[in-house]
Design a protein around this ligand. Structure first.
Ligand code: NAD
Length: 442
């Protein structure tokens, strides 16, 4: 098939490249010309494992193209995927300005039938708005062109995006028209070699809702476990043991019950908030979903509070080594990362921060920690430790999982670790002379 994918962020670039890998002819379009020029040269603007070789291979095979002019491609496409950002608006709802700008451009441009696919995470009713926007533009041009609007929410995880897309747990297609559903099924068939059971079709509104409910459910598990961790600490229980105790129940499972410094990233925070707003706009007060967000906002600062309890309110004589800035491992994405909040909280009290992250330091320097005084960046995790008063672990990158604790002890002024991801063995660290602070265990 011939596809246009609009927006070359984490979702658009990965989706477009994976569709190309399956033999489709794909053009990825973005208004960011600099990004497009880089992509044409095979320079990938984001870090996503496995993405670069796949992009290069498909550019070489002439299955993947990049351009900044959407109008050049729509009439040569069977489908146009909208994969632009839907950031949180001022009132917490999803801001649809990018999605609707694309819909307007589609309406202004097409002269042939096309399937428009909403891949961005959008609230219930957005497909209707996209349809109305396109129709309005066609009306202005006195044209009647058949087009359909499908909801195909994306469930990939940054850091594992290629494998999630190539071997999906499920693909959800929301469509109110049988022939469009069949075309979508044909597009995704190569991704399901054994059975098509995991291609789930439904009406558009249910598909739109499914994406928000999936993210809200996962965020709920995280906040629930973080709340449990805080209670464990007060009553002298060990949340790491409780986690294993409950995860072994197949009805509960082990995933998303790791206590930590709260969820961040480009999706959970805004999607939980947007679902809350959708409920409120429809006259329902979502108590549980609101609590999920409240718990998370407080949880982001738990490690900062532990540092303050240990070193005092005035941190101007202290330097802390921070391992990990990205909101999770295997990505350079720092959107809503707990590290931003924790570092700001410590820097506000005069602390100096020696930071290291395998992939996210550029993002931190250019955007997220740009205006924060006292943050220095280092090329390796051990370099951050020199003259530091404690190490604070904030992202569970593999290279942090089993460090040389003797080296850490040697380099730090005193052997103190704050672990925002419960990565290390409490008993062993205490035995080897560390002061070791975790989430959910005294
Ligand atoms: P992103 O911010 O990384 O990328 C969006 C891209 O769209 C940018 O490159 C931007 O320049 C481009 N863009 C904006 N307006 C445009 C226009 N009119 N024409 C062409 N390009 C335009 O966003 P993302 O993280 O890829 O997320 C995209 C959507 O997918 C969001 O709705 C998000 O919630 C959803 N989603 C994201 C993830 C994830 O892990 N990042 C996972 C599932 C779903």
């Amino acid at each position: 098939m011939k596809l246009t994918v609009i927006g070359t962020g984490y979702v658009g670039l990965v989706s477009g490249t994976c569709f190309a890998e399956m033999g489709n002819k794909v053009t990825c379009v973005d208004i960011d010309q600099d990004k497009i020029e880089k992509l044409k040269k095979g320079i990938i603007p984001i870090y996503e494992p496995g993405l670069e070789p796949m992009v290069l291979r498909n550019i070489e095979n002439k299955t993947l193209f990049f351009d900044s002019e959407l109008a050049n491609h729509l009439d040569d496409s069977d489908m146009a995927f909208i994969a632009v950002g839907t950031p949180m608006g001022e009132d917490g709802s999803a801001d649809l300005k990018y999605v609707l700008a694309v819909a307007t451009e589609i309406g202004k441009t097409i002269t042939k039938p096309i399937i428009v696919v909403d891949k961005s995470t959008v609230p219930v009713g957005t497909a209707d708005k996209v349809r109305e926007t396109i129709s309005k533009e066609l009306k202005k041009r006195n044209l009647e062109i058949e087009f359909s609007v499908v909801s195909n929410p994306e469930f990939l995880k940054e850091g594992d995006a290629i494998s999630d897309f190539m071997k999906p747990d499920r693909v959800v297609i929301g469509s109110d028209d049988v022939s469009t559903t069949e075309k979508m099924r044909a597009l995704y068939a190569p991704f399901f070699r054994s059975s098509m059971d995991r291609l789930i079709t439904m009406d558009v509104r249910s598909a739109e809702m499914t994406k928000y409910v999936a993210n809200a459910m996962l965020a709920t598990k995280i906040s629930f476990m973080n709340e449990v961790a805080n209670i464990c600490e007060l009553v002298g229980a060990d949340v790491n043991k409780v986690r294993i105790g409950i995860g072994s129940d197949s009805r509960i499972g082990y995933s998303f019950i790791y206590p930590g410094s709260g969820y961040g990233g480009s999706c959970f925070p805004k999607d939980v908030k947007a679902l809350q707003r959708t409920a409120e706009e429809n006259g329902y007060i979502p108590k549980l979903i609101k609590a999920v967000e409240d718990v998370n906002n407080e949880q982001k600062l738990v490690i900062a509070k532990k540092v303050i309890d240990r070193f005092g309110e005035n941190l101007s004589n202290f330097t802390f080594s921070v391992w990990g800035l990205a909101f999770k491992p295997e990505t350079d994405d720092m959107r809503e990362a707990p590290a931003i909040y924790i570092i700001k909280e410590l820097a506000k009290r005069g602390a100096k921060i020696n930071a290291y992250d395998p992939k996210a330091m550029q993002e931190a320097k250019e955007f997220y920690l740009k205006n924060i005084d006292g943050v220095s960046y280092f090329d390796s995790k051990y370099e951050t430790l020199k003259d530091s008063d404690a190490m604070i672990l904030l992202t569970e990158w593999k290279e942090f999982r089993s460090p040389d604790f003797d080296e850490i002890k040697k380099l730090l002024k005193a052997p103190i670790i704050f672990d925002g991801r419960n990565q290390y063995n409490h008993a062993k660290l205490i035995e080897s002379g560390f002061e070791y602070f975790q989430i959910g265990k005294k």
